[in-house]
Design a protein around this ligand. Sequence first.
Ligand code: GLU
Length: 475
Amino acid sequence: MTVKTRFAPSPTGYLHVGGARTALYSWLYAKNQGGQFVLRIEDTDLERNSQEAVDAILEGMKWMGLDWDEGPYYQSKRFDRYNECIDLLLSEDKAYKCYASKELLEEIREEQEANKEMPRYDANHPKVVAANAAAKEGDDYVVRFRNPKEGSVVFEDQIRGRIEISNSQLDDLIIRRTDGAPTYNFVVVVDDWDMGITQVVRGEDHINNTPRQINIYEALGAPVPTFAHCAMILGDDGAKLSKRHGAVSVMQYRDEGYLPNALNNYLVRLGWSHGDQEIFSEEEMIQLFSLDAVSKSASAFNTDKLLWLNNHYIKTSAPEYVAKYLQWHIEQQNLNIDNGPAITDVIELVGERCNTLVELAEQIRYFYEDFSEFEAGAAKKHLRGVARGPLELALAKVEALADWSTESIKEGVIAAVCEELEIGMGKIGMPLRVAVTGGGQSPSVDAVMALIGKERVIARIKLALEFITAREANA
Ligand code: GLU
């Protein structure tokens, strides 16, 4: 049987980190098994759902690279099918109409609480029986699933192990409301059945629904899939992860400059392990992932570790990959990279110094844009009278340099100036750095100059010399 998994978000907001990890696990399991992955949008709650939220979820999935083989299916388009199944259960007496009003059920609940009984729906309660007997054609009713009264539901959760719930604890669930809308626990079963889902991977907030759903599968004569319920994600303070902890939406991680492969690697390790390995390529994740190795206990989010992974992936990913995701930040920062070196070369040089793509986009501006002022602190320290001689000589050497490369700049400009003037590297390196980048921090200055280009380097050294002249005149 082909393995088929799904991710079934309710579009009530953005794709949050918890959902994203569930989606990733479900996707990885399907890939690991050579199976299929289905995306289903659970949009039956018309009041709480929005197209905007659907779009945000699709955007998040695409950004993470979690492609689906089927879907997106929309529950809101499948009401006829749900009703067909409800009618089938009604005709087989596996479901029934209940006319007891909300007020009546509330009254019974209060009675039960006063008597210290567990508050629950009781189809045999005399008041419920009386309400049903008195019902007329046209009165409002709900459809309830006739849950088995005897025995228990047992299932083997792939993550949490064996779970057993006695049917005596499960009451007759509403499967269609008075307004005709089918309910979550019912539609999820019909969908997973119709879509041939063999493995359900979802959050542990659904674990209590599972026994009810299993009874519905059985009533429908549908094969019961295997279940895996993932534990929660907590913030670094141990509380349930929420906006208070910073970013929780996947797209916010994009905005903050994370690479999807870093976030995916981070999320896969948040609750899953393979020995003490921390870095997993996508191929490795697919090959090694197993639900059995997913932890039962909650995992705490650790932003420092995510940053560390992000730096790792900025450093080691193909520069073309980094460039693809850097593009958005370049646009956000209004940087035009048409006029300057190839962005992939710049990424290779500057990337390793950055933890995020926001930083990277900030640090590459001088490769593409000329400036008329130097960073005040760096200029004060390094563009002084003593730097004039070394900079003038460097300018002459740059102008005379036939071959323009990191190596020739290193030898023919920097080393040559040091030798001729008998000065240390710092006496030319730092002034040159401030001259060509505008600031005091950059990768190796010869490599930076090579990428900035000869013409620009000449103009910038001249600007630095003018700065020194003006400074001396003012002194
Ligand atoms: N729609 C549910 C949610 O977003 C998931 C249901 C399921 O996976 O069975 O929490």
